[in-house]
Ligand binder design. Structure first.
Ligand code: ATP
Ligand code: MG
Length: 419
């Protein structure tokens, strides 16, 4: 039987806790000797280093889990080169991340018929000087009446940067005075104005990793460590199915393996408001109770992609989505059809089978690991990096306890994998 070593690379930045958990479980799984498609596979995992590289430098990785592409251009170009030259599989698609801003994602999902709230874009209030600026604006920039746009959208609404980014520069606009104040303060930033989905009865951040999803009750007003609420089974099956179909559609459309989609429910309708999150929360200090789900989902998907030699989709191929969008069927039926395309692209059935036959021992292993001193130490390291000295023990304990609650509630039975 042919033998092959499968290599997974972790392209990391300030990450501390999740790589420790990932690597410990990766090792604990003892995957060597797995038989896939007539080959016997050995498995290796290491952290990718940053260094000069030639276009001809070989790349040994089959899969890279990347956390740098969205801001560190050397790694992004290394990844793009490795996809083009060396058949690397990486999540997420770097071209898509680079070019599809939050605003683009609003546009695309509007065209597919998803209820994205009314959204406008404004030219920036201020500019950095450049040679062409003055003639361009003098000839073509039209004066506009901000009040008129405010009235068209209807108060309240949100002003936020068109490219997103960690809740920076997001302002709730209650009236015309707020609007002028916020626009004047926005400087060179290009802003979206987006109708508010208020009041809403649910705010859900739905994490997608390959075909696995986890809808989390999210409280954006809470302190960072409390935003991901610990509720489970808080939505009925119809709501979960809509959120799954939406998340899968968005992620398959843009080639994002790992992304989170925020949706607000008002009058029974889910409105997606923020779903271009290139590098979703992975830290135990944010995810706490949900951290084990993420680590397990990440292991399953990366091992599947590496072991089955999953080819990278190098372009987006939007045609099939547009064909569905143009059919004369209801919005819910369209969403179901998009999700079918997504399930094909994410190979949901093959993945399910792989998890059942090759990774059946992950649940028990994870149950033990998430109660181990190694995990406790990983939490401690992350807390130490983020919290003031006098809070380190208290918050280590808090996150540890929440994970122990996960073990009792979900870990014992094999958690809900969401696919
Ligand atoms: N259309 C909307 N209706 C209601 N609330 C909104 C809307 N848009 C934004 N918000 C509020 O503003 C917050 C930040 O907006 P958004 O999520 O779009 O920006 P962000 O910079 O991507 O934030 P983050 O990275 O923290 O998710 C949301 O969590 C929500 O509380
Ligand atoms: Mg957001």
């Amino acid at each position: 039987m042919a033998k092959r070593t499968v290599n997974i690379g972790l392209s990391l930045g300030a990450d501390i806790c999740w790589p420790i958990a990932y690597e410990s479980l990766f090792e604990g799984l003892k995957l060597d000797g797995m038989e896939v498609d007539g080959s016997s596979l050995d498995f290796a995992c290491e952290r990718v280093t940053i260094e000069p590289f030639s276009l001809h430098q070989p790349v040994k990785y089959d899969v890279v889990i990347d956390r740098l592409t969205h801001w560190y251009s050397t790694s992004r170009e290394w990844i793009k080169k490795a996809i083009l030259v060396d058949d690397l599989y990486v999540y997420n698609n770097p071209w898509s991340l680079q070019s599809n801003e939050k605003h683009t994602s609003y546009a695309a999902m509007t065209r597919l018929g998803l209820p994205v709230p009314e959204t406008w874009m404004l030219p920036p209030k201020a500019y950095d000087p450049s040679d062409d600026l003055e003639p361009t604006l003098r000839k073509y920039a039209r004066m506009f009446d901000l009040n008129e746009i405010g009235d068209k959208i209807g108060y309240p609404f949100f002003m936020k940067p068109y490219h997103g980014g960690g809740w920076k520069g997001v302002t709730r606009i209650n009236d015309a005075a707020d609007l002028h104040r916020a626009y004047d303060a926005s400087g060179t930033e290009v802003m979206n104005l987006q109708a508010a989905i208020l009041p809403h009865d649910w705010f859900v951040r739905c994490v997608g990793l390959g075909p696995q999803i986890r809808p989390v009750n999210y409280d954006p007003g809470a302190p960072l460590h409390d935003r991901y609420r610990m509720d489970i089974n808080f939505l009925d099956a119809d709501d979960v199915s809509v959120l799954r179909d939406m998340t899968m559609t968005i992620n398959a459309f843009f080639g994002w393996d790992f992304n989170s989609c925020e949706s607000l429910r008002r009058d029974g309708i889910w409105h997606p408001i923020d779903f271009a999150n290139a590098c979703p929360d992975s830290q135990v200090t944010a995810l706490h109770y949900h951290f084990p789900w993420l680590i397990k989902a990440n292991l399953r998907w990366s091992i599947f992609c590496a072991a089955t030699d999953r080819p990278m989709r190098r372009n987006m191929d939007w045609g099939p989505f547009y064909e569905v969008a143009d059919r004369d069927i209801s919005p819910r039926e369209k969403l179901r059809e998009y999700a079918k395309i997504a399930d094909e692209r994410f190979e949901t059935e093959k993945f399910r089978e792989f998890c059942l036959t090759k990774l059946g021992h992950l649940d028990e292993l994870a149950y033990d690991f998430f109660g181990s001193p190694t995990l406790r130490d990983a939490i401690h390291q992350k807390v130490e990096a983020l919290f003031p000295a006098h809070e380190i023990e208290e918050f280590t304990e808090l996150f540890w306890n929440r994970i122990q609650t996960w073990r009792e509630q979900e870990g014992q039975h094999g958690d809900k994998d969401g696919f």
